[in-house]
Design a protein around this ligand. Structure first.
Ligand SMILES: *Cc1c(COP(=O)(O)O)cnc(C)c1O
Length: 227
């Protein structure tokens, strides 16, 4: 079996310079993260608070931890002091809580709005219409402990590459529109600049459709070892 280090190398080779790799280490032991770290990877994503806490406590302090899963409001406080990016903000209430906890820690926590563009009905996230309404309404501007840095989405879990491409493109077009309409466009100070999409099976499509950040797990770490 190929090593974690060589898997990371293989993925990085195919990424344009503008796209960052978030290595998704959920359900893999600390030793696997350590191996990736030794291969030079510094950005990791987790989707469960307890597991993230454990890894954050025991692994090197210069790791940039991202939270990629559905986050319950009552758990924000545990990760607020150190989390580098929360990818999946799916309700105004969650953003308000992140802001509250960010202020308590004296920081502005970087966040992405999760867009629901896939067909699956169970997926979390704002529809395009809900995201538009939320940004237009504007209360997020008062949430000083959170900063909206961009958008995130997951495509449908299907083989149809054209459908996947269409879903990423829908998210990308919304990103471009929102950037112009609500975040002051392209200027030097632009903080609304991240598009998080692309997983092991579809990151090649994602980078053709505006992704600036791919979240790759099994392609690097193999099948998840525990649940
Ligand atoms: C698990 C997960 C990933 C990584 O999935 P792989 O198919 O293992 O690459 C990416 N994003 C989210 C939100 C996830 O939950």
């Amino acid at each position: 079996m190929a090593s974690i280090g060589s898997n990371i190398g293989d993925v990085l080779k195919t990424l344009p310079e503008t796209v960052r790799l978030v290595a998704i280490s959920k359900y893999h032991p600390e030793s696997a993260v350590q191996e990736a770290y030794e291969a030079g990877q510094r950005v990791f994503g987790e989707s469960h608070v307890q597991e993230l806490q454990r890894k954050h406590d025991s692994l090197p302090k210069d790791i940039e931890w991202h939270f990629i899963g559905h986050l319950q409001t009552n758990k924000v406080k545990y990760i607020a002091p150190y989390i580098s990016l929360i990818h999946a903000v799916d309700t105004p209430k969650l953003l308000a809580e992140i802001s509250k906890q960010g202020m308590k820690c004296g920081r502005r926590i970087p966040c992405l709005l999760q867009l629901h563009v896939a067909q699956e009905e169970t997926k979390f996230g704002f529809s395009i219409e809900e995201a538009e309404a939320f940004l237009r309404e504007g209360t997020w501007r008062e949430m000083k402990g959170a900063e909206i840095r961009g958008v995130m989405c997951m495509a449908s879990n299907v083989d149809d590459e054209e459908q996947i491409a269409r879903e990423f493109e829908t998210a990308h077009q919304f990103f471009l529109h929102a950037k112009e309409a609500y975040f002051g466009g392209e200027g030097q100070e632009a903080t609304f600049c991240e598009c998080s999409w692309g997983m092991s099976d579809d990151y090649q499509i994602a980078i053709q459709h505006g992704s600036t950040m791919v979240r790759v797990g099994s392609r690097i770490f193999g099948e998840r070892e525990y649940k």
